[in-house]
Design a protein around this ligand. Structure first.
Ligand code: BTN
Length: 241
């Protein structure tokens, strides 16, 4: 399929398509995975979310994926860097908004989800980072606990490509900081955005449900939950209140 527009964003070559099945699939098809590439589309016909959910299509919202090379042991930290970069971008656009990151990386505004991230392996140490941001409208999400919102509903009007440029600037800065100074700086800023930090939360995954106090994240970005006076490290799961 042919792209409709191409531009340089940070050190990435960004290709914009009219319609794709999923930008995550397209990024997996690029020939040279070592070239930093962004794929974005006005429309996804088979956009997908976490756990096989559908990511609904709304014209004007932002859908993009980019590639990154990283050892699997650092993936949980990358998840935090991506969430932090998104939260920071939204906060900079409108400082009065209540922007939070729901561990590990859902971005919330006024308790409603505004953005989702899907990280998939391409091959070896190459990863596809797929991000959806509700710019103009919020589709219904299949979740009884949280509703969705959009930047427009929150009083922020901007073009999807401008959001992408802001986000990539923040991501490149944070990633550079992480490589130069380590995860500590990221962790500190991430915790300032943490949804329900020091509150009682429930973490659910396919098999278990654990209730406790959200103490912090550790040096890998894993959640530390205090249950019955002992601290447990949570590697994966969904956070509920
Ligand atoms: C989630 O369930 O929260 C993750 C949603 C990720 C959606 C984005 S949109 C761009 C990229 N392409 C996809 O098919 N999914 C991701």
């Amino acid at each position: 399929m042919l792209y409709i527009h191409k531009e340089k964003i940070e050190n990435y070559e960004c290709y914009e398509f009219e319609e794709l099945a999923s930008t995550n699939d397209e990024i997996k098809n690029i020939k040279d995975l070592s070239l930093p590439t962004i794929i974005t589309a006005l429309k996804q016909t088979h956009g997908r979310g976490k756990r096989g959910n559908t990511w609904e299509q709304v014209l004007g919202n932002l859908y993009f994926s980019y590639n990154i090379e990283l050892s699997p042991k650092d993936l949980s930290k990358l998840v935090c860097i991506v969430g932090l970069s998104l939260a920071k971008t939204i906060k900079e656009l409108s400082p009065s908004l209540d922007v939070k990151i729901k561990w590990p990386n859902d971005v919330m505004v006024n308790n409603n989800k505004i953005s989702g991230i899907l990280i998939e392996n391409i091959k070896d140490n190459y990863w596809a980072l797929g991000i959806g941001v509700n710019i103009v409208a919020s589709p219904n999400i299949n979740n009884t606990y949280y509703q969705a919102t959009s930047l427009k509903e929150q009083g922020v009007t901007l073009d999807r490509m401008d959001f992408l440029r802001y986000y990539m600037k923040n991501f490149s800065n944070y990633y550079k900081k992480y490589l130069e100074l380590g995860f500590d700086v990221i962790k500190k800023e991430w915790l300032e955005f943490a949804f329900k930090l020091h509150n009682t939360i429930t973490i659910q995954n396919e098999k278990t449900s654990k209730k406790g106090e959200f103490i912090t994240i550790d040096d890998n970005g894993y959640l530390i939950l205090k249950t019955n006076n002992k601290q447990e490290k949570i590697i994966a799961g969904d956070l509920f209140i």
